[in-house]
Design a protein around this ligand. Sequence first.
Ligand SMILES: [Zn+2]
Ligand SMILES: [Zn+2]
Length: 341
Amino acid sequence: MKAMMLTRVSDLRDDRNPLEMREVADPVPGEREVLLKVLACGVCHTELDEIEGRTPPPRLPVIPGHQVVGRIEETGGGGGRFKKGDRVGVAWIYSACGRCKFCRTGRENLCVDFRATGRDVDGGYAEYMTVSQDFAYAIPEVFSDIEAAPLLCAGAIGYRSLQLTGLRDGQRLGLTGFGASGHLVLLLVKHKFPKAKVFVFARAQKEREFARELGAVWTGDTDDASPEKLDAVIDTTPVWKPVVEALRNLDAGGRLVVNAIRKENVDQDYLLKLDYPVHLWMEKEIKSVANVTRADVSEFLKLAAEIPIRPEVEVYPLEEANRALLDIKERRIRGAKVLKV
Ligand SMILES: [Zn+2]
Ligand SMILES: [Zn+2]
């Protein structure tokens, strides 16, 4: 099969084509696994973190991609939940041990043996992939392959982030950064909390316009002060400045949820601007979001189908994965990016 493989960890600014198209052997499904013919795979900012070494794959080469929509070609032994021809999705959680204290208490996202799709094992930037039946999700009919892909990470992690904010209807939510996840969170909030107000902080004028089209009550630049103090903020940016600025905009008792697997260090100095009375005093909280559970993915898919959420997508052919990644790096963003396989 054809696959876009990550063969080296490097800086995308100097190495603009870190993925190479290669011909590799088709994967073979093991016990309780399924073989998928990949139809579409979302492109995520986390892939930049893998390529640039902030969360490097434990072995190279590896096939990236963790928002995979595919059709089952073959099922391995052991029977199970799906049959040949079913359309299923694969998300960032490829497996968890099922035995540790986290797995036993509904927190498999924190599992000591958490394995990530497309980093710890081969993912969906390829014609085929295998996955355990227990870590695949039926894709609701209402979504096309392309639409479903970004729901599997950007949507699911956005859903988890929103849960972690503890937001209630009528409250004020800030979103710093407005890429794939931010725009899905905004759509979700409008459905779940129709009286909540959403304030969007984004650097690019285009992102701010897009946020207003989708119903943000106010938009501004990352370091603008929001016109009202916020009950919660979700940060989806790769840098530090928005964290500090979000804390300033939080109301007393407010919570900042940081949804980023790693932060870049380019503006780490900005953290020195932290002023205790301005940014932290009055019981302000900071919480990070780590990975997703299977429940996050399936609950979000169900909700997204009911609403229904139609993600904005930009499509690239598989062989142009490098271009899609560069567009994310260089912030040519509107909605989510998806590879058509
Ligand atoms: Zn992702
Ligand atoms: Zn575990």
